[in-house]
Ligand binder design. Sequence first.
Ligand SMILES: Cc1ncc(COP(=O)(O)O)c(C=O)c1O
Length: 376
Amino acid sequence: MSEQKIITVTSPLLPDLDGFHDLLKEIWNSKWITNNGAFHKRLESALCEYLKVPFISLFTNGTLPLLTALQALHITGEVITTPYSFVATTHSIWWNNCTPVFVDIDPATGNLDPERIEAAITPKTRAIMPVHVYGRPCDSARIQAIADKYGLKVVYDAAHAFGVEVNGESILNAGDLTTLSFHATKVFNTIEGGAMVMHDAETKKQIDYLKNFGFAGEVEVVGPGINSKMDEVRSAYGLLNLEQVDAAIEARHQVARRYREALKDVPGIRFFEDIPGVRHNYSYFPVFVDAEQFGMTRDDLYFKLKEQNILGRRYFFPLISSFSPYRELPSAAPENLPEANKLSDSVICLPMHHALTDEDTEKVVNVILKHCVSAR
Ligand SMILES: Cc1ncc(COP(=O)(O)O)c(C=O)c1O
């Protein structure tokens, strides 16, 4: 009997191995393997152009730029954030000795609900840390208006939002600082990696110091920086991946189209539509299961998919606010976060990546259709 193919939730975008080998030869010849080498510089300038941002600083992952962003802005006290994210978002607040204050989300977008932010502001609030969840743009104009009114900083976690634009403008330029993740699971990856986007050269200089232990030159340390530099090997890998990321996004777009077409009339299955004027990156394809209408709970469907070797992901579940380091916080109470709890209890991210075939998506869809109440 032939082994059944496993359909994974994601699959890394890999550069051509021969092309990568050529660049490795260059690195070997130069003997410069990290610390702001030629490929690091080339990737930073290529990303500025591709992402339409003025300045970028590469990092070794997507968590450390979050930590460094709050540090660079001297944030103390309370930081308003979303519980509907990956745990690194809140951890970065904790690592800065600040208190995360969870605010509920808008179920229509999955993002921090601007309507609810003001009620959570106290005299100790210093910053807002929203997340462009699944790469869907936050309402940055409204968030900025609130931040300006109360004198707060805004740091966006754009780990999912590589290349996302609204009316031709990058969403990475919103707020004071924005961070990205280039983890293997992301639309654009450098295996592990990340970046921070900033508005001016002086801020880039400070951030570049902070990601290199705080060194400003050979003999001066300007702050308690961390080591979070991206090396030459991963920078070269990133340069090659950048050449194929548009094609990968288009392939993801086609997967999203196929899912939407096949699932549009399934009772109890909700998904997000594209937003006019937005260049989406199709980083995830979350569906939200209404157990009553669908006739099966989210978890049961998740395990039915798994039985067929289809690995979805309950992303984000559990909510960050329910993890032990945070659950005692007053803002973590489920009554404070009804929408985030509902979304978290109903979500499955279906397999979504550039290499999914028509046959793969059909198989995923067929399992869902088979278990829907109207099919029984
Ligand atoms: C929303 C969000 N923030 C931060 C991170 C952390 O990024 P990294 O894994 O590159 O450290 C992730 C990674 O999955 C994420 O999804």
